[in-house]
Ligand binder design. Sequence first.
Ligand code: FEO
Ligand code: CA
Ligand code: CA
Length: 651
Amino acid sequence: MSRKQDTGVSNPSANPTFEAICLQRRRLLKGGGAAIAISAAGIPMSMSFLSGEAAAAPPSSPLVGAISFANIAPSAEDAVRVPPGYVAGVLFAWGDPISDGPAFLQDGSNSAADQALQSGMHHDGMHFFPHWSNVGGLPVASSTSGLLAINHEYTDDGLLHTDGMATWTAAKVLKAQAAHGVSIIEVRLEAGQWRVVRPSRYARRITAYTPIGVSGPAAGKPLLRTTMDPYGTQVLGTINNCANGVTPWGTYLTCEENWNGYFANPSNNLTSLERRYGIDSRGFGYRWHEHDERFNTVLHPNEPHRFGWVVEIDPFDPSAQPVKRTALGRIKHEGATTTLTADNRVVVYMGDDERFEYIYKFVSTGRCDPSSRTGNGKVLDEGTLYVARFNADGSGTWLALVHGQNGLTVANGFADQADILVRTRVAADQAGATKMDRPEWIAVNPHNKDVYCTLTNNSQRGGSGKPGVDAANPRAANIFGHIIRWSELGGDPAALSFQWNLFVQCGDPDLGSTAKAGNIQGEARKFGSPDGLWFDERGVLWIQTDVSTSTLNQGDYTGIGNNQMLAANPVTGEIRRFLTGPKGCEITGVTCTPDLRTLFVNVQHPGEPASERNDPANPKAVSSWPDGAAGGRPRSATVVIRRSDGGIIGT
Ligand code: FEO
Ligand code: CA
Ligand code: CA
């Protein structure tokens, strides 16, 4: 960010086992006419992907074969560009009805009630949940029908309301709140075109005022109680939903990132905890506290404690209440990427996106049942939260944030485990974690469980009064960012130690032989501010960028073009540019169908900075994407990408 129906397709109440998924994929892909091999890990790979050195690699090697699409050039056009042989189209833009609700009005005059039935603003992380059917006794995941869960990170009120923030009312606050949260929509491929199913019994909006439950060690504790919720177990809303995760049992995780910016302490008599999480007297300018007193921390000092969590949502049950899982800590959650231990405990990797913040992981105490979508309610409530220390010798340590360990004692000011979780950042400070260059998304290689994290940038690294460079964050004034990678000891995601290295330092070799040149391999040559990061099941690593518009096309960033998406081979390090976005956008959020033939990508905040805040006078000054001249204002949107020949994406 900058500021920042019934389809007739059956949906079983439980997900099939992993083994069953592998079997059905074998049938599905063979049936599709593609030559398919199934890896030892059950991963389908086209024969064209098993090429070159990769095919000769020993079976245990992490594998990705050749990435065979043609690298595209950087672009500063107001359009989405993809390689030759690919087509991209808009599926679901801000204001589009989620079901058979009200249509988007190009002048911004939809009401708050309308907005609550339409796509929220500023799409971010998302996931495709396929519908399942039973074919010959085997569960088959559809690649032509399913649900998309989509985060809506924040609002630009200059676009949201007809006259922006020139006047400010309770109704505008309500509309802004309705534009936050998550959309669940039903989508279907018909006659070669993806469309939103309308009406759909699955369609749902979760907003900044949807009732949400609270679970885990901090639920109900005094720090979470408010005058409106004396039991500390029911919160209204989720906000600044940035990146995401998906659980092994098939629920959606949405992550609350820059929630602090919605609160204000007008007295400016800030508490130390408010300061640690960035709450101030004005917030980021959303002005919700002027008409919704929950966001005034003088009146409701505990309300901020109820945000900054990971929220679990069952996308297939519109009546199921989302739940804030407090065992995963309270930070500015970028994402929540899951993997499993050999004995089915769930591990969740999470970044805290701010300069000099930390990387975390949660390891559940109990085992999950991946075959039961609704039967794992408490797995994310009991476990150990760790924070990472990256040592200079390439080793790393996971430090438990557990009361009584690593200095987290009463003597040091930590009352109990709930206190540690509400004040996660303070606990990580005490434990001695490594201050990173803005941890954004985390991705786990499905072939070997290596973990990758984008460290998007940190212009303050090495600055006056700021932490200096270290081995894991080696560049001062790190404006281009880097991607760090680690292997857990023994390949066990629950291990307490790891070995790390730097996968890539981003930059532009045309800047000469300085640190800013970076070390990008392959035809992409140049990009910066890696943010979105995701492995598809072949082991292709997809990278999305978020160079801020205040930086883009200025100074060292000249020549890198608009924000973009790239594909990386984690074995060879080769990186190619796959997509470039419209003007003023960020590319963030990516998911695909099980057959790897449809890719969904989100375009966020096209048109920035003209779209920002208070001035709607000329909303199309920078971008008119996606509606063009006929449109009223630029809109964040989900884009669908297919190959013209229907083939597998990326090969
Ligand atoms: Fe919402 Fe850190 O990106
Ligand atoms: Ca991000
Ligand atoms: Ca970012």
